[in-house]
Every structure is written in structure tokens, then in C-alpha cells.
Design a protein around this ligand. Structure first.
Ligand SMILES: [Zn+2]
Length: 329
């Protein structure tokens, strides 16, 4: 049994705001005058459900105010990911929401990109950014998100997509994502987490997604499973997040293994690691223990992440070679 922390990994579904270390959150919330419950500051909070999660997560986001806060979040993210064997990450960031809140649309994203560049120099981890937009929020803000993504594409933004409460329909945003595709951006929507298979159909249909955040409820619809497997649309599966937010009863009860057996391109991510107390290495260990995966299977899971990423071909090749080397060691 090889050391999973050394398995080279691609991390595709992780929200920067939800990676803040508890100590950093405590410091930033105090500095910026945001009242954070004590258990959240200690990293010991247990969510009672999705609504509770949104409320708490909002407080965490509000604790990021100054350029140095966003920069620090990005640098510490790189340090923590490097410790988890992440060699390449596509980190989600709700840039326009922060920009509007702090009164400077560009500053949060520019600061994050600057921090990720520092993280690359210091910790050798390659990062790209996906700008997410909450389905609850305005179409106008979604356009501003797209504008940021286009302008900061050369600095490392590779995609856009919808996140947040899936009860809110995707349809009002259709034109935004048509324009995103025309601009050459990748599209990744959260779907099939809280809502059923129809939300996945919508995401890969009018939503234009070529990768799905979560998608765990796809198994309810065998025709859709066949289509998504055939089109090789990868799923970003985040077991601990699903359990913590109450979508799945337990890790052994998680559909990840059934999704793989159904022939789907399954990748492993953390979603909101600091808020649910996990790391990418811990997720690999959890599925190893729950499903009895051997090192070859875990290496396959990691390769699936590399292959599903939006990394340049040369980076994918190098990462897959590193995974081969881990297996050969
Ligand atoms: Zn997510």
C-alpha cells in the first residue's frame, strides 16, 4: 500500500473560499469585523444541511475583504494542496460576487491570481481558475463574471460555471454560457447534487457543460448514464462534502463506486475541504477504505482527474508519467 499523499493528483472541484484554514479565518474575520461562530473559527462546525451551509459559508466569504486576504488565501491553498500531493488544481472562485461586495470588481480575482503565481513559485503547484456564479444571483452578475473570465484568461482563468442552489433553474443564463463557449472558455456546472438527473441534462444541454460538478444523482436515469458515458463527460465527485451536507448517508453508502462501474469518467475532489475537515489525500484514503481499492485503482482515479482537467497536453502527459512513477515505486 503506497503513501497516498505522494500520489500525484489533479484537483478539479474546490472552492477557494472554502479552503481557508480555521486559523486564517479567525484572523481575517477579526481584522475585517465579521462575526464568526466560535466552532467555525476552530474548524469544528458540523452543518445541519444545505441552507445552514450556505449561511455559514457566506460568513467565511465575507471575511475576505482586502487584497492581501485574497492573496493569502491563494498562497495558503497552494501550500496545503502541495502537502496533499496535488500537482495541478482548477480552483473555483466567485470573483464577481466578491468584487461587487468590496467595491472593486477586479481586485479579488487579480489578488488570487497573484497569490496562485506565488504558490506556483514556492510550492511547485500549477493552478488554473474557474469563475463560478451562484444560480440564485442575477444574470447581470453572470455577465460580469464572464467579462472577468475573458479579461483574465491569459492570467489563468480557464472556465466558468454555475454553482449554488440547484433549485434555481439554469435557463435564464443560457446566453451567458453560449457567449462563454464562443469565447473559448470551458463550462462546468454544478448539477445532480441536490437536484435530480434532469439538472444534469439541463447542464450538458442548454448549459453547454462538458464536465459536471457532482452529478452523483445521474444513476437515477440509465439513459443519461449511457449518454454521459458515451460522451465522456467527467463527473467531479466529492464524497465528504456530499456526506457533510446531507446528500449521501455515509462514505460506504456513497455512489462513487457504482458511478465508476457504470462506465462513467469519475474524478475525486473535495469541494469545500476546510469547511468539512478533509483534504484530497483524505478523500483517496476514504474511498480506498470504503471500496477496497488497490493502488492501481487509486492511480486510475487520479489519472481520470488529469484526463478530465483543462490542463495543456504537455502538463497532462507529465502528470500521468508522475502517476506511473508512483505506481512503479
Ligand atoms: Zn462545489
Amino acid at each position: 500500500m503506497r503513501n497516498l499523499a505522494n500520489l500525484p493528483k489533479a484537483h478539479l472541484h474546490v472552492h477557494l473560499e472554502s479552503t481557508l484554514r480555521p486559523a486564517t479565518l479567525a484572523e481575517l474575520s477579526s481584522a475585517n469585523g465579521v462575526d464568526i461562530p466560535e466552532d467555525l473559527r476552530r474548524g469544528e462546525y458540523r452543518f445541519t444541511g444545505f441552507a445552514d451551509f450556505f449561511q455559514r459559508n457566506g460568513l467565511v466569504r465575507d471575511s475576505l475583504c482586502r487584497a492581501e486576504d485574497f492573496h493569502r488565501a491563494a498562497v495558503e491553498f497552494c501550500e496545503d494542496e502541495a502537502a496533499s500531493g496535488t500537482r495541478y488544481a482548477e480552483v473555483s472562485f466567485t470573483a464577481a460576487a466578491h468584487g461587487e461586495r468590496v467595491g472593486d470588481l477586479d481586485m479579488p480575482l487579480a489578488s488570487v491570481l497573484d497569490g496562485l503565481a506565488e504558490g506556483r513559485r514556492r510550492f511547485g503547484i500549477e493552478c488554473r481558475v474557474i469563475l463560478d456564479h451562484s444560480r440564485r444571483r442575477s444574470v447581470g452578475r453572470a455577465w460580469r463574471t464572464l467579462d472577468l473570465a475573458v479579461r483574465y484568461g491569459p492570467a489563468g482563468v480557464v472556465g466558468v460555471g454555475l454553482a449554488g442552489d440547484e433549485a434555481f433553474p439554469l435557463a435564464p443564463f443560457t446566453e451567458v454560457f453560449q457567449a462563454a463557449a464562443e469565447a473559448g472558455l470551458h463550462i462546468v456546472h454544478h448539477a445532480g447534487e441536490a437536484e435530480g438527473a434532469d439538472s444534469i441534462r439541463e447542464a450538458i444541454g442548454i448549459g453547454g457543460a462538458r464536465r459536471i460538478g457532482h452529478g452523483i444523482r445521474i444513476l437515477d436515469d440509465p439513459d443519461l448514464v449511457a449518454e454521459v458515458a458515451e460522451r465522456r463527460i467527467p463527473l467531479e465527485v466529492c464524497p465528504s462534502s456530499n456526506v457533510a451536507l446531507g446528500f449521501v448517508p455515509s462514505i460506504p453508502g456513497h455512489p462513487l463506486d457504482r458511478l465508476r462501474r457504470a462506465g462513467l469518467a469519475v474524478t475525486l475532489s473535495t469541494d469545500v475541504p476546510a469547511l468539512v475537515g478533509t483534504t484530497l489525500t483524505a478523500e483517496y484514503a476514504l474511498v480506498r477504505d470504503a471500496f477496497g481499492y488497490d493502488d492501481e485503482t487509486l492511480a486510475d482515479l487520479s489519472r481520470a482527474g488529469v484526463d478530465a482537467s483543462f490542463a495543456p497536453a504537455a502538463v497532462k502527459r507529465r502528470l500521468n508519467e508522475e502517476i506511473d512513477a508512483w505506481l512503479a515505486a
